[in-house]
Design a protein around this ligand. Structure first.
Ligand code: SF4
Length: 469
């Protein structure tokens, strides 16, 4: 039998539209590969990178280069059944206040270890629901960051927002603090889907949030949509995408629901019988992508979409797009410092993740230690492969020989990896010309499978990643 192939429809405008051979999807169904927001990926972090290693890295920081900050706020009002984040449901403010106290002390501890004032060009608040902070607490946190770091006047200050709980007062505080980018969780506008994921968010709630943000001067908005959720269909996700477009976001992120109830027990509340199968998921993603492409949005990497003039789209066109733990980014800083329980940082020497359980995180800070849980020190080979994988994830095409030479290596260092990709080439998932490997448009959602072929760490952690399709 011939190998199954992906055959793009020649006239389709979509980044992924095309007829997909179900046999091919069946072949890759169940394959678990990383999302490559880092390389090596988080399952390969170990306790060998501890507080003393991280402290040494901070002390060696090159202050001629700029940095970025990520602050994690792991609290929510109510659990969404699909959630895959590190978060905790709280009804009172006391745990948040206690957490913020530790966060401030961690910021001071880290800033003290850096040999001077680091220039910061990006700050991102993620969660959880960072806007659960009281407005005054948020403003004082921003003031502390400005006191301990040189936050550039044109820095991007971004925050993730749950429209169900944002208040007008908090929106105004965000504006006063200099926040200039907001990412709103929407997922789906269909009431049946919203009921099935325990996230009731009428369209008016999202619209009201956008109004408050724009009144506060926050004009750059990202909306998050999802596919693969219970009761979603090709028609319903396209409808949600059209509603989202009416709200005129600059960017949209489109994520597939990862059903892992053995890891996230609240996902057991999701009725598996109303989840789409692999082909259905693929078609849902394609329907959203088609809808956004028809409206003029550019596909960015795996799962982002942006208006043509948006910086994300511009950087992709210029081959400068980056990828970090928040997804695709315009942030090209050398050092990303993570604050808060479970946050991940990236320094030139390697990756660092803070302790995940709050009590471990808090105890370390109470004892005057950096709350480092684990991490990984990069080898030269990791750096080489990271560059190749990131270019592939951002550009869908990379000259492996040029990457090798840029690292002072022989141009043929990836030849064995390329030679072992005959099956992907036969399936239409990858194309190879000389030493350039590309992911055809029709196979865009499968780019992680191609990237994984360059991942020398994968064999020891494959079971801990999300499904490839
Ligand atoms: S708001 Fe976000 S972080 Fe909180 S439970 Fe829902 S999906 Fe998870």
């Amino acid at each position: 039998m011939d190998a199954p192939t992906l055959s793009p429809a020649s006239t389709a405008p979509s980044p992924c539209a095309g007829t997909v051979d179900p046999a091919l999807l069946a072949k890759y169904d169940g394959l678990r590969v990383p999302r490559y927001t880092s390389y090596p990926t988080a399952p390969h972090f170990t306790p060998a990178v501890d507080a003393s290693v991280y402290g040494g890295w901070l002390e060696a920081m090159d202050l001629t280069r700029s940095g970025s900050l990520y602050l994690h706020v792991p609290f929510c009002h109510q659990m969404c059944w699909y959630c895959g984040c590190h978060t905790k449901i709280v009804a009172r403010y006391a745990p948040i206040a206690e957490y913020l106290d530790h966060l401030r002390r961690e910021i001071a501890m880290v800033a003290d270890r850096i040999p001077g004032r680091l220039t910061v060009r990006h700050i991102h608040f993620g969660g959880g629901t960072p806007t659960m902070m009281a407005p005054a607490d948020f403003e004082s946190l921003i003031a502390l960051l400005r006191e301990r770091f040189d936050v550039a006047t044109d820095a991007e200050l971004a925050i993730e927002i749950d429209p169900r709980t944002l208040t007008a007062e908090m929106a105004a505080a965000l504006g006063r603090s200099g926040v200039n980018r907001a990412s709103l969780g929407v997922q789906d506008f269909d009431p049946t889907v919203q009921a099935a994921i325990n996230r009731i968010q009428p369209r008016e709630t999202t619209e009201r949030t956008l109004e408050w943000l724009r009144e506060a001067g926050i004009a750059n908005v990202n909306l998050d949509l999802m596919y693969g959720l219970p009761h979603q269909s090709v028609e319903s996700v396209a409808r949600s995408a059209r509603i989202a477009l009416e709200m005129a976001p600059d960017r949209l992120s489109v994520f597939g629901y990862a059903h892992v109830p053995w890891m996230k027990t609240h996902q057991k509340k999701i009725d598996e019988s109303v989840l789409a199968d692999t082909l259905g998921r693929w078609e849902q993603f394609a329907a959203i992508a088609d809808t956004l492409a028809e409206a003029g949005y550019r596909a960015i990497g795996l799962d982002h979409f942006a208006r043509p003039g948006d910086e994300l789209a511009v950087q992709q066109e210029e081959g400068r797009l980056g990828r970090n733990f928040q997804g695709y980014t315009t942030d090209d800083a050398d050092a990303l410092i993570g604050f808060g329980a479970s946050s991940i940082g990236a320094l030139p020497q390697g990756y660092i993740q803070n302790a995940v359980p709050f009590d471990q995180y808090a105890t370390a800070i109470d004892e005057g230690r950096l709350p480092t849980g684990k991490g990984i020190a990069l080898t030269d080979d990791d750096r080489l492969r990271r560059d190749l994988i990131m270019r592939l994830m951002c550009d869908l095409s990379v000259d492996a020989g040029a990457v090798a030479e840029a690292h002072g290596r022989d141009a043929g260092v990836f030849d064995a990896d390329l030679a072992a990709m005959d099956d992907l080439v036969a399936d239409g998932v990858a194309a190879i010309e000389g030493r350039r490997v590309s992911v055809p448009e029709a196979a865009r959602p499968l780019m992680r499978i191609v990237a994984a072929r360059f991942d020398t760490h994968l064999a020891s952690g494959a079971g801990r990643h999300s499904r490839a399709v």
